[in-house]
Design a protein around this ligand. Structure first.
Ligand code: SAH
Length: 289
């Protein structure tokens, strides 16, 4: 199951009780969307690049009937999604970035190093290259950079070399084999609570899905579609992502376009983290047009 992260904070910032059109850029299983509709949003447009997620969101939101429109696509195309529907401005936008627990836990999506499954990792299985294809085509230098930057893995070079070497023997087709290769490449110093493959898997996932590409442009364009007093909430799960959000929102504030509502990023309470481990690294930033 996927529990929405910081749902009370999201509702407070977006203030759907004002009514109006709200966009959930990452509708996932519909948890936040449902909360926004329950709290008074007149209409909700839910976007996701994962068709499985959209189907689940559709089920979760049936009670709201035609107040909900679900769209398969990339939130970076939000402007087009609104244009196609003749919507000029919206009253609130939520982006809850990253992967859902449904994607992580699904037995065949290739995100998990705890099981052996085909190495896919695409959020949108209808387009783009799989992790297995991208690894097979990558050179060692690129791979090392990806693992270092997106995974904050100190041993990125070693891991990249090990992956390239392993690819030479036989293509890496499964999460189990990738995890083995990564674990063997990382020097073990005593007991560690987290699996040494964690950071590399995160890095490859971010790379395969181009998660950081165009995030700044997306935020600027989105703010441009907010009605006066419209609200924006972004939840990130990775320091690189949060940095982009922080800098972009600050630049938009300096330009006089928005007022930032969160001087520092908000984080979940201890109680929420205990209930929902996915919340652990969440950071929420909000702004008003
Ligand atoms: N807020 C949701 C959970 C979101 S999990 C809920 O309450 O249930 C993040 C979702 O964002 C995933 O379903 C993922 O497929 C989607 N996603 C990630 N990047 C995306 C992008 N660029 N465009 C559209 N959807 C994206």
């Amino acid at each position: 199951m996927h529990t929405p992260v910081m749902v009370d904070e999201v509702v407070e910032h977006l203030a759907p009780s004002r009514g109006g059109v709200f966009v959930d850029c990452t509708v996932g299983l519909g948890g936040h969307a449902r909360a926004l509709l329950d709290a008074g949003a007149t209409r909700l447009i839910g976007i996701d690049r994962d068709r499985d997620a959209l189907a689940r969101a559709g089920e979760a939101l049936t009670a709201f009937g035609d107040r909900v429109s679900l769209v398969h696509g990339d939130y970076r195309n939000l402007a087009e999604v609104l244009d196609e529907r003749g919507i000029e401005t919206v009253d609130g936008v939520l982006a809850d970035l990253g992967v859902s627990s449904m994607q992580l836990d699904a037995p065949d999506r290739g995100f998990s190093f705890r099981r052996d499954e085909p190495l896919d990792m695409r959020m949108d299985r209808s387009s783009g290259a799989t992790a297995a294809e991208m690894l097979a085509a990558a050179d060692e230098r690129t791979l090392a950079d990806v693992i270092y930057e997106f995974g904050e893995e100190r041993h990125a070079r070693r891991v990249a070399r090990a992956i390239v070497d392993a690819e030479r023997t036989r293509r890496i087709e499964t999460t189990g084999r990738l995890a083995e290769v990564v674990r063997r490449a990382i020097p073990r110093k005593g007991y560690s609570r987290i699996d040494p493959a964690t950071r590399t898997f995160q890095a490859i996932r971010i790379w395969v899905n181009r998660e950081l590409d165009g995030l700044d442009g997306f935020l600027s364009r989105t703010v441009g579609r907010l009605a006066p007093a419209g609200r924006l909430v972004v939840i990130t799960f990775h320091s690189l992502e949060d940095r982009v959000v922080k800098h972009t929102l600050r630049a938009l504030q300096t330009a006089g376009t928005i007022t930032i509502r969160t001087k520092r990023p908000q984080v979940p309470t201890e109680a929420e983290i205990e209930r929902n481990p996915r919340a652990r690294s969440a950071k929420l930033r909000a702004a008003t047009r």
